[in-house]
Design a protein around this ligand. Structure first.
Ligand SMILES: [Zn+2]
Length: 586
């Protein structure tokens, strides 16, 4: 066993501590084997319990064997040791995203029409037209990433916009939130959606003034179209994952929780692991559907795999648990809230309180099923009513069957009530459960849409990181990629700055009272994130005995102005001591 850092050591004793540790380790290392790699002349932000800063660290067999001053660490090297001079640059633990759909989003990146950067409906139509040109008659065209909050017209894309360029090929363009999208008329016809169609349970067919479907389908209403689109091939799935892993390495990101997967994605991960190509820590949640029967199917898949923290590939692939949706989206105004949704900030969307996407009683039975089986549950909950129901459900099943360490999570937790926050703090303490997995970048990337929908009062309570912190609630940071862009540096920045992309309703409709500082933001993307992936004994901080997952940055995130955090440039990424990205040899 490697020596452990004494967690109670006072920060003022830091340098003494490092010296003492290094001596202890150097004695051990000389007796045993020299480090294979040393990083030195850096500013190493360890994110240990004391937030210590070191200059250098030594690695052997993928693990950190010593950390401290240049002098003490360089002394450990022998002729076989590779040395990397950080030239004063900053190193952090590899960043961890507690919620990113990397498998699906990789396929979108490679094979779909990209709409996340368009600013007019005309541009959406032009890109669809260009995409159609390469298709055979009748083939589907898929696009992703549009957001009415980024469009000059500030309205939804509609079927009639698309029919002009694609009268025959069915088209589906998913909104950036993934909770709604627009179909053209050819797609609506295939899905048998007409003026006579009724809204399905937990879904909305958007309609024009005459009651005709506009093409926009929200939540369960989009399934009629999605069920018709051919799934990606096994090869596309693999390529999508590899594309995402490459993108993660370029951003200093070494671990991800991929939520809501099914068997084909799991099989692709397994295959890449077998081939030695899964150079990332990945923890997945299996999509559990919205019925008890679908939950039982997911449970069978979960029970066929090792239970976390056990893993496949020595910590590379974990089957972490189950994912359930409690409500919809703050973009579609389908999330389940206690006060009516707004429109354009101050208008009221009369009578619209959103809705649960799973029957609340059925949801409770599903959670009980997983909890009793000892399985971690992550529940998507955006609105305050949904979050209350989720947290109360966790409290109930934990009282019924007390189990510590399952880390049930509230995915997004956008607008929790005071009751919910208090309950999260209590359940974290008593049961190691009820952690928010929060996305600060929502306030930026879809912040203009969000500010309009939540309205001026409620917006101030969105993503309440500072209240979490003061209440003793720890959370995992994340992007929800491809809802927002992948790089975690945007999340670090948004946790501090809380600024929208366009400023349609002002640059700071969410205020700054709920900001946290970069030290806390970094912890939510490292040590706290590791916990939500059941990997806290392996990764999340740079300490002796932990795996050498390391990101090197062009500047020191602890001392630059917070506005610059989003422009951080990753110059090198190591996974278990192997360089997986180097900006000098990209
Ligand atoms: Zn998600």
């Amino acid at each position: 066993m490697p020596p452990q850092v004494n967690r109670s050591t006072h920060p003022r004793r830091r340098s003494f501590l490092f010296a003492a540790l290094t001596l202890a380790v150097s004695g051990m290392a000389r007796a045993a084997l020299p480090p294979q790699l040393i990083l030195f002349h850096g500013r190493v932000l360890t994110v240990d319990a004391q937030d210590s800063i070191a200059e250098a660290l030594a690695i052997r067999d993928g693990k950190i064997v010593a950390i401290g001053t240049d002098r003490d660490i360089l002394r450990l090297a022998d002729a076989t040791t590779r040395r990397i001079d950080l030239q004063g640059r900053t190193a952090t633990p590899g960043l961890i995203d507690s919620h990113a759909h990397i498998a699906d989003a990789g396929v979108e990146e490679l094979y779909h029409v990209h709409l996340s950067d368009v600013s007019t409906i005309g541009e959406v139509v032009r890109r669809v037209q260009a995409g159609i040109a390469g298709l055979k008659p009748g083939e589907w065209l898929q696009g992703d990433g549009w957001d009415e909050g980024k469009l000059a017209e500030r309205r939804y894309v509609t079927a009639s916009d698309l029919d002009r360029v694609s009268p025959n090929n069915p088209v589906w363009l998913m909104h950036t939130t993934g909770h709604y999208g627009v179909a053209n008329s050819a797609a609506l016809r295939l899905a048998k959606i007409s003026q006579a169609s009724k809204d399905p349970p937990a879904g909305t067919i958007d309609r024009d003034a005459q009651g005709r479907p506009s093409g926009v389908l929200k939540e369960a209403a989009k399934d009629a179209v999605l069920d018709l689109i051919p799934p990606p091939t096994a090869q596309q799935q693999r390529d999508g994952i590899l594309k995402s892993i490459d993108d993660l390495h370029r951003e200093g990101m070494t671990a991800v929780k991929d939520p809501a997967i099914g068997q084909p994605v799991w099989d692709a991960y397994r295959e890449l692991l077998r081939e030695g190509k899964l150079s990332e820590h990945i923890c997945v949640l299996w999509y559990a559907g919205a019925t008890l029967a679908s939950a039982q199917t997911a449970l069978a898949s979960i029970q066929a795999q090792p239970r976390p923290p056990q893993s496949l590939g020595d910590g590379r692939l974990l089957s972490c648990g189950a994912k359930i949706f409690m409500d919809g989206s703050g973009g579609a105004r389908t999330a389940w809230v206690t006060e009516e949704w707004h429109k354009n900030s101050t208008d009221i969307d009369h009578g619209n309180f959103g809705y649960p996407s799973t029957d609340p009683q059925v949801y409770r039975q599903m959670v009980r099923l997983f909890h009793r089986a000892g399985v971690h549950v992550g529940t998507h909950a955006i609105g305050d009513r949904a979050i209350d129901w989720v947290v109360d459900t966790y409290a109930q099943v934990l009282e019924e069957t007390p189990t510590s360490g399952l880390r049930h999570s509230i995915i997004h937790a956008n607008i929790p009530s005071d009751h919910a926050i208090k309950s999260m703090a209590d359940l974290e303490k008593r049961y190691d459960a009820a952690y928010p997995e929060a996305q600060a970048p929502f306030m930026w990337w879809i912040g203009d849409t969000y500010a309009g929908n939540f309205g001026p009062q409620r917006s101030l309570r969105l993503v309440p990181l500072n209240t979490f912190l003061k209440s003793g609630v720890r959370w995992g940071g994340g992007s929800d990629y491809s809802v927002t862009p992948l790089p975690a540096r945007y999340g670090l920045w948004a946790s501090v700055e809380r600024e929208t992309l366009k400023g349609t309703f002002g640059a700071h409709p969410f205020g700054t009272a709920e900001s946290v500082d970069i030290h806390t933001a970094l912890r939510s993307y490292t040590a706290w994130g590791a916990r939500q992936l059941f990997l806290e004994d392996r990764i999340g901080s740079l300490e002796i005995g932990k795996e050498a997952d390391i990101a090197v940055w062009d500047r020191d995130m602890y001392s630059i102005p917070a506005q610059e955090l989003r422009n951080l440039k990753c110059t090198m990424t190591l996974l278990r001591g192997e360089v997986v990205f180097d900006s000098n040899h990209p």
